[in-house]
Design a protein around this ligand. Structure first.
Ligand code: GDG
Length: 724
């Protein structure tokens, strides 16, 4: 049976070497608990770095054995890996870039090289454990290249990726020299998750602009499959925080702590040491609050817990010194013999004490400058079992998207933060309870277990969707069937769309003329079958390009037809009027004036607005505007507005390829019919085909066709097989 493998840079344990033996302490973090239901069952396993650098083979063997008992497997990193991959590329390039601290970004090719190598190490370690159809869930920014490496090594595996930190705007992403490799690395996954909708739209925009892969409604269209990108705001183990807050142990600690600090309001702040958390800015705000409100002196204290982290990295060392200085200054300025403004702890606390801090504090002040989610604010809310307390939360934390009943602040707006603290200190109990109750309801429902469930369900859904598409793939069996039936046929016909089907897309539509390979292919096909080129192109271009070929041409989606028996004669297949064009052209022209790169193509029965050469993003925006403008006008003229591949076309609704194809087949008895096309206009052709026809859509989109095929290259190769 297929198993599930969880992968993260760090294993959820801490490892200590004491008295010649290793001691393993499992992590009590929310993620480890949430994923516990997965990795602890059946054959499942968690793979990652144990957190120490161990070179000795005997010690390694001992660790492998011990971890095996805990359903974990190690990836061993060398000291150099830790310096270059972990402290270097992960924490000095990706971390600052993804948190918008561009001033701290290091661009070091050696670190990049190591990042690649370590991702490869992870891939190798996983390959040793994985079966071909396993599910592999990769976590976080240290392993952005891993999904694609795994895709290549295990093409049939189900691969998911979740990023715990923000995903920055394209403007930041494009600064990184290795941006394309990083994005392509992530796109090896089937499901890609972020905490918020903003992260996901930044990712989709970067993928579109940097890799060229297009997406719609959260689905990226990769060459051979669809990839779903979605937002999954991570929850906490809600029940655990409630239980701990109510426990005797924690209540006793609260009493004890309270005796020590006396009767005053407490403002709690808890963070890992990190410049993204806005710690100095918060101390400045508290300082100014005390300066402005003398009446608060002696009545309010801040409990500030900073958990040591990455203290070998220069910017972190400097941050620590800055915090020491600021705390020293505020305490020196305002302390009295029985009051200290800031109680500062540079260490971590056991869980029951953490819970006591949450329980006893009147305000939690959570003001990161940027944070993927932030769990501390959620833990505070869960711990407020009597529903009193005030949460002040930064808009820059992912959690602010869910906790709308917190006092939301911009952490850069010092005045705003000061007045939020004042509002919190003076908020009446009824309001506190209303806000807290509503936040608790949200967090209780979307806890960590629900998060894991929703993510895994979505992964199953994406796979099912992919299978639906690939089950229709033209594989060698289908290819064999088509070729065999074609060869046995006496009167076969082929309906072939042109752009995107027989040839790729280019910037200028007039440059897409048939190359030698295609001309030869069509020539050979036309000796064995009736070939109909069925296109939206204008008749003059199509006529010129297929001048000497023995083929039927249907131009402009069925307005014109040219039979091979009479190549000099274009026949009007549909009566069209064009008095509507003047009004519509004026509108389209207005959008051309405003949009560098856009142009209008005029066909006999339609007008087309092209935006392939417009700046990416701007083209879509203008197209949407034009779409709604034209839709309104189209009603008056009984016209249809259709969105195509980087074009917007307006035409009469009763003219389409399907109608033309049916007319051409009338009275004929074909014993083999094949229709191939790549966009919505070809769907009309597919719909018009009799049941026994082979219909194929190029690309992996939903379609009326019986089959999908990867690209125009595969179309050519299929057609070449028919000519042999
Ligand atoms: C990353 C993203 C995202 C803190 N002090 C103590 C202690 N903690 C625990 C808290 C909380 C955790 O550490 C901190 O989690 P955060 O979410 O606030 O921050 P990051 O470490 O930066 O995490 C972040 C997260 O991933 C999850 O996706 O939310 O945005 O940056 O759980 O309780 N625990 C104990 N003693 C302490 O003194 N026992």
């Amino acid at each position: 049976m297929a198993k599930t493998i969880i992968v993260s840079n760090r294993l959820p344990i801490s490892l200590r070497h004491r008295n010649g033996k290793f001691e393993f302490k499992p992590s009590a973090g929310g993620l480890a608990t949430g994923l516990g239901s997965i990795y602890k069952s059946g054959e499942n396993i968690w793979i990652g770095w144990p957190g120490n650098t161990i070179e000795d083979p005997e010690q390694r063997a001992e660790i492998i054995l011990e971890l095996h008992e805990l359903k974990m497997a190690p990836v061993f990193l060398s000291k150099e890996d830790v310096t270059k991959f972990y402290e270097g590329f992960s924490n000095e390039t990706l971390w600052p870039a993804f948190h918008y601290f561009t001033q701290y970004i290091e661009y070091n090719p050696e670190h990049w090289e190591s990042y690649r190598e370590v991702n490869r190490k992870f891939c190798d370690a996983i390959q040793k454990k994985a079966d071909p159809d396993d599910t592999i869930w990769v976590h976080d920014y240290q392993l952005l290249l891993l999904p694609q490496m795994l895709r290549e090594a295990l093409p049939n595996a189900t691969i998911a990726f979740f990023q715990h930190i923000p995903f920055p705007s394209y403007e930041i992403m494009r600064m990184i020299p290795w941006r394309k490799e990083l994005l392509e690395g992530v796109c090896g996954a089937d499901l890609i998750g972020f905490h918020t909708y903003d992260d996901m739209r930044h990712f989709l925009s970067a993928v579109g602009r940097i890799t060229g892969l297009s997406s719609e409604s959260g689905y990226i269209q990769a060459e051979n499959r669809i990839i779903n990108v979605d937002s999954f705001p991570m929850g906490i183990d809600y029940g655990k925080f409630v239980k701990q807050a109510k426990s005797k142990k924690t209540q006793n600690i609260v009493k004890n702590f309270r005796n020590q600090v006396g009767d005053q309001k407490l403002i709690l702040t808890i963070d890992r040491l990190d410049y993204s958390k806005g710690i100095p800015q918060r101390i400045h705000a508290f300082h100014d609050l005390l300066k402005d409100h003398k009446e608060l002196h002696g009545k309010v204290s801040m409990i500030m817990i900073v958990v040591p982290s990455r203290d070998k990295v220069k910017s972190y060392k400097e941050l620590r010194e800055e915090i020491d200085l600021l705390v020293g200054r505020i305490n020196a300025e305002y302390s009295t013999l029985n009051w200290v403004p800031v109680h500062y702890f540079y260490r971590s606390f056991p869980f029951e004490e953490l819970s006591a801090f949450y329980s006893m504090s009147d305000i939690a002040l959570v003001t990161p400058l940027r944070d993927g989610m932030n769990l501390v604010c959620k833990e505070y809310v869960a711990s407020r079992t009597d529903q009193t307390g005030v949460l002040i939360l930064s808009e820059m934390a992912g959690a602010s998207k869910e906790l709308r009943d917190a006092i939301l602040v911009n952490p850069n707006d010092r005045e705003g933060v000061i007045s939020a603290i004042y509002q919190g200190l003076t908020m009446d109990e009824a309001e506190q309870k209303t806000r807290m109750a509503s936040m608790q309801e949200v967090l209780q429902r979307y806890d960590i277990f629900q998060w894991v469930k929703v993510f895994m369900d979505r992964l199953t859904h994406v796979k099912a969707k992919q299978n639906e598409l690939t089950s229709k793939e033209v594989d060698s069996k289908v290819e064999g069937e088509i070729t065999e039936k074609f060869k046995a046929a006496k009167n076969p016909v082929l309906f072939l769309d042109y752009d995107g089907t027989l040839t790729g897309f280019v910037g200028n539509p007039q440059d897409a003329k048939p190359d030698t390979e295609l001309r030869n292919l069509v020539k050979k096909l036309s000796q064995k079958a009736q070939v109909v080129i069925i296109s939206g192109r204008d008749k003059d271009t199509l006529g010129k390009w297929f001048d000497s070929q023995n083929v039927d041409l249907i131009a402009e989606h069925g307005v014109w037809v040219r039979r091979k028996e009479d190549p000099a004669q274009w026949e009007l297949y549909a009566e069209v009027d064009d008095f509507w064009k003047e009004d519509i052209r004026k509108v389209m022209d207005y959008y051309v004036q405003r949009t560098p790169g856009a142009f209008i193509e005029e066909k006999h029965h339609s007008l087309v607005w092209h935006y392939r050469k417009v700046e990416s993003g701007l083209g879509d925006l203008r197209m949407r505007e034009l779409f709604s403008h034209l839709k309104y006008m189209a009603r008056g003229h009984n016209l249809q507005v259709l969105e195509g591949n980087m074009v917007l076309e307006i035409k009469r609704p009763d003219i389409n390829k399907g109608r033309a194809a049916s007319a051409l087949m009338k009275g004929e008895t074909y014993d083999f019919i094949l229709a191939i096309g790549d966009d919505w206009t070809d769907e009309d052709t597919f719909k018009a085909m009799p049941k026994n026809a082979f219909t194929i859509r190029v690309g992996y989109a939903y379609t009326q066709a019986n089959y999908n095929i990867k690209s125009f290259r595969e179309v050519r190769s299929l057609l070449a097989k028919l000519t042999q």
